[in-house]
Design a protein around this ligand. Structure first.
Ligand code: GUN
Ligand code: ZN
Length: 438
């Protein structure tokens, strides 16, 4: 067994931090250690204690004075949209038709898919994200490219080819049968291979016919352990069009409910304009609402009411995500900075411990994967990010006046990006250094 011992200021969450002083919600060690054996965390805690458990042959890596946290988790991103980011001037449906669908057509070419998958996962790692829940294009080859690249890097990623058979141009359409068959084949080939997990991915109600929605429901019934991901209630024109396409439905959520797509492993991107009935339906089924602040601001979609959803009697499970390329940044730090502002516009605040909980343990819980990722707990996969709050001149200057961990974390969220990510361990391997070395 190869083992390494990381030294630094370790921070990992036990549960949601109620307040900024809720110290028992996290474990913080000023002089902490993380002992990694092969690809798992063997021990974490005070460095002196952890060091005692390390054998003679251990390789010691000193990251002091930096912070060691569990790798970040991005619960919703579109890997084929790297060249869609920064497309000007449109709301959701025009943005899809003008920029996104034409770009996704290019993924019929497997070589293009492989290139972008490689560059996408490079960006994830550079920004400290060790797990991403990704949408691929409609083309089976795009999912194969993504999983092959992810598997090579030994990342725990969750992905699926989008199913879409209408209301989009030729070149990004499948059929109910081909969407089903391709999904089946991809599940067989990739789900559970190494760390790879498959998500059944009907893009959204507008681009799937009722027949395809039936097929998506069938796939979920046939594979109840798999994730399902789609989009819900992002934009007013989208909601109105959905109502037109499914006139029998009580509301947008009812469409997915009808086809059996709600559940504990179901991830619904956006969920901005939900009625109380819809929020109840999501809560009752244990479904997850995915907060994508940079995207919601960029596309002018609306303000996700994070604190209302969390505090309502029937609370929602919430994840946070970039939604690249509607989202405008690969960084979960930048994402939670914009998230803070969205929540502020709703008259609430998210404290820095809550923000870091969200992008580590919170997202792992939302993905039902906290036994494997999202903490520094013993036995979990060794995905670790190393953060430097002095990464830039402006950060260094502001750090001169920082006195508490909470202030440092808030500075990282407000000014931090990929430059603050000094190293990233993916299953125990120093992935950011490796990438730069190549
Ligand atoms: N709804 C359906 N497809 C998409 C997409 O690619 N991005 C966003 N933001 N919303 C969608
Ligand atoms: Zn999306």
């Amino acid at each position: 067994m190869t083992s390494i011992l990381l030294r630094g200021r370790t921070l990992s969450f036990e549960r949601w931090p109620q307040t900024i002083d809720d110290h028992s919600a996290w474990r913080y060690e000023e002089d902490g250690g993380v002992l990694i054996g092969d690809d798992r965390i063997v021990a974490a805690g005070a460095y002196a204690d952890v060091e005692k458990q390390a054998g003679e042959a251990v390789r010691k890596i000193d990251h002091r004075p930096h912070l060691l946290l569990p790798g970040f988790i991005d619960a919703h991103a579109h890997f084929p949209q790297m060249q869609v980011i920064a497309s000007y001037g449109a709301e959701l449906l025009d943005w899809l038709n003008t920029y996104t669908f034409p770009e996704e057509k290019k993924f019929a070419n497997a070589q293009h898919g492989r290139r972008i998958a490689r560059l996408f996962l490079d960006e994830m790692v550079r920004h400290g994200t060790t797990t991403v829940v990704a949408y691929c294009s409609v083309h089976k080859a795009s999912a194969e490219a993504f999983f092959a690249e992810s598997h090579d890097r030994n990342m725990l990623n969750i992905a699926g080819k989008v199913m879409m058979d209408r209301n989009a141009p030729e070149g990004v359409l499948d059929t109910p049968q081909s969407g089903y068959d391709d999904t089946k084949a991809l599940i067989k080939e990739w789900h559970g291979k190494g760390r790879q997990l498959y998500a059944i991915t009907p893009r959204f109600a507008i681009t799937s016919s009722p027949q395809q929605m039936e097929m998506a429901g069938a796939l979920c019934r046939e594979h109840p352990d798999l994730h399902m991901q789609t989009h819900l209630s992002e934009n007013h024109a989208e909601i109105a069009f959905t109502q037109q396409l499914y006139p029998w439905s009580r509301d947008y959520t009812d469409v997915y409910e009808h086809y059996g797509l709600l559940g504990k492993k179901s991830l619904f991107g956006h969920c901005i304009h939900l009625s109380e009935r819809e929020a109840d339906a999501l809560s009752n089924s244990g479904s997850v609402a995915v907060f994508c602040p940079t995207s919601n601001l960029f596309l002018g979609s609306g303000l996700f009411d994070y604190q209302r959803y969390r505090k309502r009697d029937k609370a929602l499970r919430i994840a946070a995500a970039t939604d690249v390329g509607g989202g405008t940044n690969y960084s979960m730090l930048r994402t939670m900075d914009e998230g803070y502002k969205v929540i502020a516009l709703n008259g609430e605040k998210l404290n820095p411990f809550q923000s870091f909980w969200q992008i580590t343990r919170g997202n792992a819980e939302a993905l039902s994967a906290v036994e494997r990722i999202g903490t520094l707990n013993e036995g979990t996969d060794a995905d670790v990010v190393v953060l430097d709050a002095n990464a830039t001149p402006a950060m260094r200057l502001r750090m001169e006046t920082v006195e508490t961990l909470a202030q440092e974390l808030f500075l990282l969220l407000t000014l931090g990006d990929d430059r603050a990510v000094r190293e990233v361990y993916v299953a125990g391997r120093a992935a950011k250094t490796d990438m730069i070395a190549v």
